[in-house]
Each structure stands twice: as structure tokens, then as C-alpha cells.
Design a protein around this ligand. Sequence first.
Ligand code: ATP
Length: 754
Amino acid sequence: MLLKSIELSGFKSFAKKSTLEFSSPISAIVGPNGSGKSNVAEAFRFVLGEQSIKSLRGKKGEDLIFNGAGDSARANRASAKLVFDNTKKFLNIDFPEVAIERVVHRDGVNEYLINGSAVRLKDVIELLASAHIGSSGHHIISQGEADRILNSNMRERRAMLEDALGLKIYQYKRAESERKLEKTVENIASVESLRREIAPHLRFLKKQVEKMEKAVELKNTLVTLAKHYLKREDIYVKANRKNIEGKIAPLEKKKKELEGELAQARKVLEDSKDKDAKREEVIELERKIQGARSERDSLIQELGRIQGQIDSEERILKKQKEIVASAAGKTVLLVDVESFASNIKEKVSAILAQGEVSIIKKIAEEIRQIFSDFIKSHREKADDKVIKESEEALAELGAKRKEIDGKLALAKGREESLQKEYQKIQSAIEKEKDTSRDAEKSLFRIMSEENTVVIELAQEKEKLNTLALVEADFNREREECAMLGGREVLDYASLVLEEGLEERSIQDERRRELQKIKIRLEDSGLGGSDETMKEYQETSERDTFLARELEDLTKSAESLRELIAELGEKLDIEFKEGINKINEEFQKYFALMFGGGTAGLKVVREKVKIKSDTDLEMDEEMLEGSAETLEESLADKEGIEIEVNLPRKKIKGLMMLSGGERALTSIALLFAMSQVNPPPFIILDETDAALDEANSRKYGDMIENLAKQSQLILITHNRETMSRAGIIYGVTMGGGGVSKVLSIQFEEAVSVAK
Ligand code: ATP
């Protein structure tokens, strides 16, 4: 058995924990009126998630809690717990036994538990829906509600049928998909709005970036052109400078030379002013020459005079020499004779004193010698003196002449040199005259030449000045270009251009072009480009991200729509197929119940917009706000009409059926519904109340038939029905107002039921 038991605790009249085990396909609950049997059925609906307290015969949740009776104090909570055998995994949960419990507290708070763990209502509903245990209660028929399906409107009927056909799960899925779709659509809208929001900024940034890209392009053009221009200018300036400087250097040299020459010429001219001085010098020289001449003359005279003396002296000497040669008449000085005589006397005395002949002889010899010497000496002596005197005079005169000769030579030399000097000065004066004439001539030539050189030099220097301006411009241009184009511009030096100077106009044209680009570049405001670029990138990435998200969302919306359509289609198809199957069974059961006749469900298009009522409240909550969507989707769609045709009676339409007939019809329909898609269990609360004995039997047969597929829990007073049950629970309520449950035998049950 799938349904193992139900346990009630504090639920309505079940003050104490009461457990009913369902170990038989058919269980019956019997008991006197008001003992609490229907409370058991309600406990089922309660656990399964019934949200309408009204349908549980209460006004609020508190009404479901045992309110105290007799000696028993009221409870604080009401709980009911269903236990399923899940060994065959009919519930989509990995437990062999599943206990689903719901608790309500006095404050109205509900708790849902699956195997003791707190879960959401939604989880319970989903779990049960997957096992075809719906909360719409098509398998729990409350007391007096057997013909509910007949009484309900077309849409409610459809809902009950869908539930019975196990299509609720599709509806949930569809509703969930719709909810997701709605959220997706919202997300799409918000993403779109975000994209719309950033779009103008992105457009603006894009334009900026485009501008910047253009500016970068422009900058590159500038760099290329600037490098070319600067290189050319560099070449131009350097070449010109070299050229001009090459001209200036020799000009300067020339100028210097000319200046030298000029100075020279001037000096020459200046020197010509010394002529007078020279003339004075000439006069002085002339005077000196005159002096020299007269000195020479007097020296010559002196020399003549001396020569005369010499001549006379020589004559004397000659004469003397001649006298000497004659030797007569010589005189001897008395002194000499006296000295001679003394000598002789001395010698004679000696002889006289001397006896020695030899000595006398010797002395005699000596006297002879004295004599000889005396004569000899006086002969010579007398001549030599004169001669000597003459010779001495001559020597003196000779020396004098020699001296005068020397002086004369000197005087001549001086005169000569003075003469030479005089000549020199004279010729110098002459020469000077020529030189100053030449100098004057050169002066004009030099001055004119210098003038030319100075003009040329000035021109070259002017050129240099102009070049300096060009160079200054070049430097300024270089700085400006480097500022706008970056340091790269300064690499112009490495640029290789063909040699040679080009037409200046080409460079001028280049410069004009450069100027234009610079202005455009300045206008483009390249500054802060990195930040803008970064912002553009970020914004564009964000936009791309949003676009991708939008794409994803659109895709998922699309697939959700597809899923919704698919589910709708599936629902539609399965619903129609289900209706056909139900109709088959309905027809069978109906004919069985009524011994003939026809009955069928008809799908009709319902035009009226349906308003939600209490029954719908549950749906609303279950679908978490999507009931409206569901309602909208169901509204204006198909509803279900029930067509009956009783045998032998011309009755058509439900309105004309008797109470019993209505009960039979609804039982037939309920059974048909249960037959097509059997729920795990069905609870029928006095569905058989209105049946007569014959119909009770038929009912009993049908129940047995039904029990083959679904577990049945029957609340009944009907003996026939009780007889079909495998387990019978008796519910009693003593004087204490508290329901008690006990398993009883058929006979007991019959008596209890009575
Ligand atoms: P019948 O055979 O007449 O249909 P029943 O056996 O189905 O009767 P129920 O309708 O299940 O009887 O039980 C109703 C009883 O439950 C009433 O006596 C009522 O007083 C009692 N009851 C309902 N709610 C509570 C509550 N909150 N606290 C205590 N008792 C309650």
C-alpha cells in the first residue's frame, strides 16, 4: 500500500495523537454522527496543503486546533501526518518512506515538514503533484460534495479534470515558465533600458574616440611630415651655415690682411712725415762730413809736416852716418879720459906692485885691452849718439806719422761712412718719396678692397643673421611639433633623405601643411585621450556585456515561450485525450449506474471572464502570484460541459436530475476520472449516502473495481460499502468531546454505524 497511515494530533476533535493505518486497499471509517469521521478526511486535505480554511469547515487556522472539551484542555497546535511507502519511488524523493506533515499553530502559522525537515508548501505540493496527488481534492470527496463537480462552473470543472488527469504538473511548469518569462521580460526591459541609458554616452564616447583616432592619425601624419620638415630644415640650416661661414672665414682673413696692408700703407704715409727730420739729419751729416773733411785735411797737413821733419832728420842721419864713416875729429869727453887714466894708473900701480912677470904681462895685457877698448868705444860712441838721436827723432816722427796715418784713416773712414750715410739718407729720402706715392696708391686700392670685403662680410653676416632667424624658427617648430607629436618627432635626425638642397618653396609648402595639421590637432583636443579611451572601452564592454545578456535573455525568453507553448500544447492534447478517455469510462459507469443512457463531457469555449473565488485562493497561493496569469490563460478558453441523457427519460441537462440521480452521475464521473488516471488513494466521505440498496451494491462493485488501482478510504454509514472494506476504523466520541479511533470488525462496524 502506498498510503501507510495518517496520524492526527490536536487536529479538531482528535485531541490526542490518533493513528489510522491503511494496510488494505479499502479502508472504511465508521462511527456515529459527529464523532469526528469527516475530521479525518479534512486532515487529509489539510496535510495535502489545503489553503481554504472554509473548505475545512473553519474560519481561521485556529479553528483546526482542538479547542478543549470536557476534561481535555485545548491544544496549541494541530498536526496531521501522512506516511507513504516510497520503496517504489512513486514520490520523487530519495526515501523509502515519506512522512508529510503539516502543523498549524494558534497564531495561524503553518509548518510543513517532509520526513521531519521543514519545507515550503510549494515543495509539498510539487512532490505530491508528481505522484498525482492533487490538492484540488478530486480524489477527496467531502461529505455532501459528491456532486461538487456537477455544481461547479465550467472552469472549475476543467481544473478538477486537469488535476485528475495529472496535468497540474504541466500547469505548474507552465506557470513557472510564465513566471520566469515574465521575469525574463522584465530583465530584458531593464537591460534594454540600461543599454538605452548608456547609449548616448557610448555614442558620445565613440565619437570622441573616433575623433581621437583621427587625431592620432593626424598626429602620425604630423610626426612624419614634421620629421621630414625638420630634417630638411636641419640640412638647409647646416648647409647654409657652413656655406656662409665658409665665405666669412676667408673674408675675415682678407679683411685682416687688408687692415694690415692699410696699416702698413698708413705707416708709410705717416713715415713720409719724417722727411724733414731726415733732411736735418742730412744737414747734420753734411756738417759732420765737413768736419771730417777738415780733420782729414789738417791731418794731411800734419802728415806733410811730419814727413818734412822726417825727411830732414833722415838727411841728418845720412850725414852723420857719413861722418861716422870718416872717423876723424872725434872728441872724447874729459870724464872718459879721466876714467881712462884712472884705470891705467890703477893698472900701472898694480904692475909696479907686482914682481910676477906673468902677472905683469897679464896686467899689461889688460892695459892694452883697456886702451883698445877706450879707443874703440870712443870711436863708435861719438857717431852713434848723433845717429841715435836722429834715429830716435825719426822713430818718433815715424810713430807720429803712423798715428796721424791712423787718425787719417779713421777720419777718412768716418768721412766715408758719413758720406755713405748721407748717400743712404739721400736715397732713402728719394725712396721714401716713391714709397709714399705707392702707399697712397695702395691706400686707395686697399680701402676700396676693404670696403668690398666689408660689404661682402656684412652681407654674409646678414645672411647669418637671417639664418639665425630661420634656425630660431626651426627650433620653435621642432618644439611645437614635439609637443604635439611627441618625442618621436625628435628622431628626425635619423631620417635618411637624399642629399642636396631642394627648392625652398617646397619646404615652405611643407611648413604651411604642417601649420594646418598643427591647428587641426590642437583643435582636436587630444588631451585626456587615455581616460576617454578607457571610459569608452569600459562603457563599450559594458554595452557588449549587456547586449550579450540581452541576447541570452531573449534566447531564454524565446525558449521559455517555446516551452510554454509546448506545455500548452501538451496540456491541450493530453487534456483532450484525457477527456476522451474519461468520457469512455464515464459513459460506462453512467450506463452501469442508470442501466443505460448516455453521458459525456464536452469541451466548450467559455466566453465569460472568470473571477477568482475561494477555491482559487489556493491556486493563487500555490502558484505564488501567478494565478492571475493562469486565470488569464484559462479565461476565454475551454470549459467543460456535462451532458447526460437518462435512459427512458427525456431528461437532458444536470438541472433536471433528482438528488440520487445527481449523486449517481457524479459518482460515475468521479469514478471515470479516477479510472483514467488513478490517484494513489481516494477518500470518499459519505458519497454513498444518497444511494438506495440496489445502487449501493453497484456502488460497492465499482469501489472494488476502483480499489484495484487506488487505495480507498471510505467514510460511510453504508453497510454494503462497509462490507467491501478490508479494514474498518470506528470513530467514537465519548462524553469528553474527544474523538477516539479503533480498529473494529465488520459486525461491530455495522452496529457502530447504526
Ligand atoms: P456525521 O456522521 O454527522 O457527518 P462526523 O463523524 O463526520 O459526523 P465530524 O463532522 O467529523 O463528524 O465531527 C464534528 C465534531 O468535531 C463536532 O462534534 C465538533 O464539535 C468537533 N469539532 C470540530 N472542530 C473541533 C475543535 N476545533 N475542537 C474540538 N472539537 C471540534
